[in-house]
Design a protein around this ligand. Structure first.
Ligand SMILES: Cc1cc2nc3c(=O)[nH]c(=O)nc-3n(C[C@H](O)[C@H](O)[C@H](O)COP(=O)(O)O)c2cc1C
Length: 444
């Protein structure tokens, strides 16, 4: 498998914008006031620009903060993403649809069945962003007092994936003969019971939904810790990551591809896709002014509370001009936390400067500039082989995506790094990934 010569683009369809204060901008989606048509409009705009996929992120709890802080945070509201995705699947035609589902707070049979159904509904356009959940509060919504340790979450995730792929392989692709004359609904020789007995799961199967159009939905993995990278190297077809410098992105890409090779896979079988928040203006001054308006709209209490969440360490009682204290190791958000601590040290940032820098885009790269400079910066990482593409996470919707589509998309096409048209119909075809044969999943 070779590396695609065109950049992959995903659009984050974040309920209330990807900048933490984006919802406060005039005309921004808020997740509360708009209709399904408004959300569909965003996804259709991404489809018109030939994005490979739209991405719906998810968490299974609201942030843990005092009501006075929570009441200023748009992440207090998250529409259930599979429900939204099912509606988007039938209202769009070509764009891939990637959704987050946690392996820590679900059962494999549920996930296999729901995702197989949505892959059918969408005609083979589904991708599963497998996460192990990093927010400790999620535990308390699922009858547990403690979040599982990182190593245990990833151990469960690996077996979870084995079971879901096994369930998707319950049927040969041509098992359902629907022979009305003979009264034969399916060919019994083409049905396969799973009979899985493992450390975490005991699942007999078979799945009561036919094999997904894509064989298995595209497997996306979004953890960047040691265990996350291992899982990506072993199985992921796409890995999402947050990277802030070209050097770090190159090192990440090299590392994940080396892990894939070590497991006997082609290094280019894992597509590396980084989150990025573009803030675009006609001039550099206009772009900076837009960014400053967003940054100045971050309420300090929300900023410090979100920073505490990302660090898994409470800094809300500290003054903004204090330096970042020594932070103990955590089980919850290893990779993003490490990235933020490293950034604070490298740039010598106090807490106020740090939260403004990282919470705006949840630690993802922010690119502020003119269409030309943003295009140049995005193309640079792609051409250097640090990333295969991006999840575009505009400051706020729909405005940020409209500007990106009108200005940067044609400029990237002008450079020859972005596709002009969809060439296939499934997400696998968009990404240049093979359709897996039934029974080909093996534990590595
Ligand atoms: C682009 C991107 C999107 C992500 N989306 C989600 C998400 O929707 N829900 C979630 O719980 N974690 C999400 N994550 C976080 C990771 O999946 C993972 O849980 C987190 O990085 C902690 O694991 P780690 O320590 O292995 O990195 C995302 C990460 C990236 C880079």
């Amino acid at each position: 498998m070779t590396r695609p010569d065109k950049m992959i683009l995903g659009a984050l369809v974040s309920p209330a914008s990807s900048h933490i204060a984006g919802w406060r901008m005039e005309g921004a989606l808020t997740n509360v006031d708009e209709t399904f048509e408004d959300v569909l409009g965003v996804v259709r705009a991404a489809e018109d620009a030939k994005f490979d996929f739209a991405f719906l992120a998810d968490e299974l709890s609201m942030p843990d903060a005092a009501d006075s802080i929570l009441s200023r945070d748009p992440l207090a509201y998250r529409f259930e993403p599979l429900t939204l995705l099912a509606a988007l699947a039938v209202a769009t035609k070509k764009i891939g649809l990637v959704v987050t589902q946690s392996t820590t707070y679900n059962e494999p049979y549920h996930i296999a069945r729901k995702l197989a159904s949505i892959d059918q509904l969408s005609g083979g356009r589904l991708g599963w962003n497998l996460v192990t959940s990093y927010v400790p509060e999620e535990a308390r919504n699922f009858s547990r007092s403690e979040h599982l340790a990182s190593v245990d979450r990833y151990d469960r995730a690996e077996e979870f994936l084995e079971v879901t792929c096994g369930l998707w392989d319950s049927w040969d692709d041509d098992a359902f003969v629907v022979d009305r004359k003979q009264g034969l609904y399916f060919d019994p020789s083409k049905l396969h019971r799973l009979n899985h007995e493992g450390k975490h799961f005991s699942v007999r199967g078979p799945l009561n939904v036919r094999r997904p159009v894509q064989g298995w939905p595209v497997q996306v993995q979004a953890g960047s810790s040691e265990a996350g990278r291992e899982l990506a190297g072993k199985y992921a077809e796409v890995t999402f990551t947050a990277q802030n410098t070209l050097e770090a992105a190159l090192a990440f890409s090299k590392d994940v591809k080396a892990r894939a090779s070590a497991y006997g896979r082609s290094p280019s079988s894992v597509r590396i896709i980084a989150g990025v928040q573009p803030i675009i203006g006609d001039t550099m001054e206009e772009a900076q002014a837009k960014y400053q308006e967003l940054q100045n709209s971050i309420h300090p209490e929300v900023g410090l509370a979100r920073l505490s969440q990302l660090l898994d360490y409470d800094v809300t009682k500290l003054p903004e001009d204090a330096p970042l204290p020594e932070i103990p190791d955590t089980e919850n958000y290893k990779s993003r936390r490490a990235l933020i601590i490293e950034m604070a040290k490298r740039e010598n940032l106090n807490l106020g400067e740090l939260y403004r820098k990282v919470v705006s885009a949840y630690g993802h790269r922010v690119v502020v500039g003119t269409p030309e400079s943003v295009t140049r910066e995005l193309a640079e990482w792609f051409v250097a082989g640090a990333v295969d593409g991006y999840i575009i996470s505009p400051g706020y919707l729909p405005h940020g995506l409209e500007v990106f589509n009108e200005t940067v998309v044609p400029a990237l096409r002008g450079l020859g790094v972005l596709r002009e048209e969809y060439e296939g119909t499934t997400l696998r075809e968009h990404l240049g990934l093979d359709r897996p044969a039934r029974g080909s999943w093996t534990r590595k």
